[in-house]
Design a protein around this ligand. Structure first.
Ligand SMILES: Nc1ncnc2c1ncn2[C@@H]1O[C@H](COP(=O)(O)OP(=O)(O)OP(=O)(O)O)[C@@H](O)[C@H]1O
Ligand SMILES: [Mg+2]
Length: 450
């Protein structure tokens, strides 16, 4: 067979939609008895070229004809809606639309025809029941269309309502297949999780060797989980996933470490905002949490819960920051954390001892202490060592020795110093700039400079 080469994404899409159009015409003509033949739909030549995007994905998943058709049908309603207008036709005998053609008709959808599962069944199988059953298998929740979030999942896949479900592309598919771009659900303002991004590298993380090795243990587990579970047969006795609790003073690198673990493992890290998950409607909070966990499981995210204190305090007393989080919701959340098959990190500034019953649920409990002199010196050097010049009177050894600052505080001081230097239209940092900036940082929480 000759390979069909098409380069541009829009041309590839047009080619695929032409095929879809041909199939639809054929089915509709056959239905209205305008043609005699038995309505075998033609095969599509999947063009080569135009790597990535739609065709790349179709090839990778080796879509069969039905799957190609269903995917393109949902794309068509978005990019070439007029081709589905024929399905709006009215049945002259009943004065209504043809039930067979399906489609979702609500007032919000003025304009184009929105195909439903019924539409796909009609177009692909007509009245052939065997074929219909085959096509219906595509709509099972374990199909990659739904597992990879290409199509919006039917709410009740195993009921009669299924046929009325609209075929809609998810935002993930729109970004990934049509725009060849990456979609983060946190672009939506009502999504209760935000992606944690860091431009820092693993080498920028400054921790004592003891803490670093505990962090490395998580990374090693995640990298070798597959082998440990399967090849070494430990799946039977080990719970899937990994749960870690990071605790320690503010600005000691807990969030940063979570972000770096994500990048090292090639996974997105999402920070869940518990306050946004809470809903005033009973039962809604669990539903919101369930949505995040389900998505996280599908997309292989690392989940990060900040200010997790509320979860491991005494469960009967309500806690300040999350006091709308009821005991029942805490139990639900902990259950999901425990069952999550990936990496979950909880972080807190909690000072006291953590309840042993809570600790047992975690594979790692890592304390992030304030940095010691050596680490502070490294943090100073790392952050002032690029582009800025240090005056002769600057002695970073002495600065880091004298001032006990957390990494996050050093970053704040460096920002103040940079502003001071820039305001002089200079690039030279003087010892007095650093001292003044440290004083300012200390003033924030009433500390005095030693
Ligand atoms: N151990 C560290 N190594 C390198 N940089 C650090 C470290 N700790 C803090 N920093 C710097 O400070 C910034 C803030 O730290 P981070 O947000 O990770 O602190 P945190 O422990 O999560 O604090 P909080 O408890 O307030 O959430 C980091 O982005 C990084 O620039
Ligand atoms: Mg943090």
């Amino acid at each position: 067979m000759n390979e069909l080469m098409i380069e541009k994404t829009e041309d590839i899409l047009a080619h695929c939609l032409d095929w879809l159009q041909l199939c639809i015409d054929k089915r509709v003509k056959y239905y209205f008895e305008l043609v005699e033949d038995d309505c075998e739909l033609p095969e599509m030549d999947l063009p080569s070229g135009g790597s990535g995007g739609l065709v790349g994905w179709m090839r990778e998943r080796d879509l069969n004809q039905e799957e190609q058709f269903i995917l393109l049908l949902s794309i068509a309603s978005l990019v070439r809606p007029e081709m589905l207008d024929v399905l709006f036709s009215e049945n002259k005998n009943t004065g209504r639309r043809y039930t067979e053609f399906g489609g979702v008709h609500d007032n919000a959808q003025q304009g184009g025809f929105v195909p439903s599962v019924q539409t796909a069944l009609f177009l692909l199988a007509g009245g052939d029941i065997g074929k219909r059953l085959k096509v219906m298998r595509v709509f099972r929740p374990d199909h990659f269309f739904f597992k990879e979030r290409i199509l919006e999942a039917p709410e009740k896949p195993d009921s009669g309502v299924l046929l009325k479900t609209a075929l809609r592309l998810t935002p993930t598919a729109l970004y990934q297949l049509l725009w060849q771009d990456e979609y983060s659900p946190d672009l939506r303002s009502d999504f209760p999780a935000k992606r944690v991004r860091t431009s820092l590298q693993w080498d920028d993380l400054v921790l004592s060797p003891g803490v670093k090795s505990q962090v490395m243990e998580i990374r090693t587990w995640m990298e070798h989980e597959e082998k440990i579970n399967n090849a070494w047969g430990l799946k039977k006795i080990l719970k899937p996933g990994y749960r870690a609790l990071f605790h320690g003073p503010p600005g000691t690198g807990k969030t940063l470490t979570a972000g770096l673990l994500g990048s090292a493992l090639g996974r997105d890290v999402y920070r869940i905002d518990l306050s946004m998950v809470v809903s005033k409607f009973i039962g809604e909070t669990e539903k919101n949490l369930a949505a995040v966990f389900d998505l996280a499981e599908n997309e292989n995210w690392v989940l990060f819960f900040d200010e997790a204190d509320a979860l491991f305090g005494k469960r009967t007393q309500t806690q300040s920051s999350n006091d709308r989080f009821a005991n029942q919701e805490v139990s639900y959340l902990l259950q999901r954390v425990e069952d999550f098959p990936g990496l979950v990190i909880l972080a807190s500034n909690f000072k006291g001892n953590v309840d042993p019953a809570f600790v047992r649920r975690f594979q790692s409990l890592i304390y992030f202490p304030l940095p010691k002199h050596e680490q502070r010196l490294q943090l100073w050097r790392d952050s002032l060592g690029h582009g800025l010049r240090l005056a002769e009177d600057v002695d970073l050894e002495e600065v880091s020795n004298r001032h006990e600052l957390a990494g996050g505080e050093i970053v704040n001081v460096v920002r103040t110093v940079a502003i001071t230097v820039a305001s002089r239209h200079d690039d030279l940092v003087r010892a007095a700039d650093i001292e003044a900036a440290i004083r300012k940082e200390f003033q924030k929480d009433g500390r005095v400079v030693s």
